[in-house]
Write a protein that binds this ligand. Structure first.
Ligand code: HPA
Ligand code: ZN
Length: 326
């Protein structure tokens, strides 16, 4: 399709990507073998067949279990490098990725092991292709605020290589208000903050993330459309919404992609864009997300360009670098 050729050719940025969510079944098995771990699946195909989700939680259970094969700094490097190669192939020139340190420190992996493996890969992509990146440390909202404070203590020696903070994991029952003091501390460190909100949770969680956590972007935010006053506010402020269409489809947030709110968000003047979230689990990297939306929604050339421009606008690149790509 001609619009797909434009999608493939455009330089792009990705702003909502969990590095642990790029762990492909092939690498999961290879790392299990390397680390002497036995996975509860007979084969790569059997593992992939288990990726049938009916909710965010049903995905998170497999996502956290899968991350158990990541043990050494080299494992984190290999994981990150594999994603960056795919991102480069998709013509991503700048990527802002999440990592979930608590998923690893809670099983006895040192913060330094996780950080250095990811950082070394990001630096290699910059050196090899000139690919830019930002690294966002994300807190797990199903854990306590106190646990978030403790992992932030562990992060302090590495803050020169951490560009911002995020909030992810099980949304329902864990509103942004639970983390107001933690995010106040993050802001005091002078770094930007984002939060997942309005994925499974209500529009009220988006309002809380803005008012109580002072976030500069909302991750997902598709349920914002349920609150007209919120839509007006997000449009007026050009608050970015990092939408993940294949994730929404696979987690049954919007089971029918042809009814996905992406186009309505653009028409409402929202700074929405396309991202891949956890591509190894949801069936596609960034370009696949675009192709699926193009097909299901009939996106035009102009809408694709708008989505890509929104993404550069919402990125943490300096203004002159944004101008270069927009
Ligand atoms: N939502 C919440 N937590 C997550 C996600 C998501 O889409 N991906 C990885 N952790
Ligand atoms: Zn996410």
């Amino acid at each position: 399709h001609p619009v797909d050729a434009l999608i493939a050719a455009l330089p792009k940025t990705e702003l909502h990507l969990h590095i642990e969510g790029t762990l492909e079944p092939e690498l999961m098995f290879a790392l299990a073998t390397r680390n002497g771990i036995t996975l509860p699946y007979a084969s790569i195909d059997a593992l992939r067949a288990a990726y049938q989700f009916d909710s965010l939680q049903s995905f998170l259970d497999l996502y956290y279990a899968g991350a158990g094969v990541l043990q050494t700094e080299q494992d984190f490097y290999d994981l990150t490098w594999a994603y960056l190669e795919r991102a480069h192939a998709d013509r991503i020139v700048h990527t802002e990725i999440f990592f979930d340190p608590q998923t690893h420190t809670d099983r006895g992996i040192a913060f330094a092991t996780v950080y250095h493996g990811i950082r070394r890969a990001l630096d290699a992509a910059q050196a090899q292709w000139g690919m830019g990146s930002r690294l966002i440390m994300s807190f797990l909202r199903h854990l306590s605020e106190e646990a978030g404070m403790a992992v932030l203590d562990q992060a302090e020696p590495y803050l020169a290589g951490i560009d911002g903070f995020g909030l992810d994991s099980s949304e329902l029952g864990h509103p942004p208000s639970k983390f107001a003091r933690l995010f106040a501390r993050c802001h005091a460190l002078g770094l930007p903050c984002v939060a997942h909100a309005g994925e499974e949770g209500p529009a009220a969680y988006v309002v809380e993330a803005l008012d109580l956590l002072q976030v500069c972007r909302i991750d997902h935010g598709v349920r914002s459309l349920e609150d007209e006053a919120l839509v007006q506010r997000l449009a007026a402020d050009r608050t970015p919404l990092t939408v993940c269409p294949l994730s929404n489809q696979r987690l049954q947030v919007t089971p029918d992609l042809s009814r996905h709110p992406l186009r309505r968000m653009l028409q409402a003047g929202l700074a929405a864009m396309v991202n891949s979230d956890d591509p190894a689990y949801f069936g596609g990297y960034l370009n696949q997300n675009f192709y699926a939306c193009r097909e299901a929604l009939g996106l035009s050339d102009a809408e694709v360009v708008q989505l890509v421009d929104n993404s550069f606008e919402a990125s943490w690149l300096p203004a002159q670098d944004k101008q270069r790509w927009m």
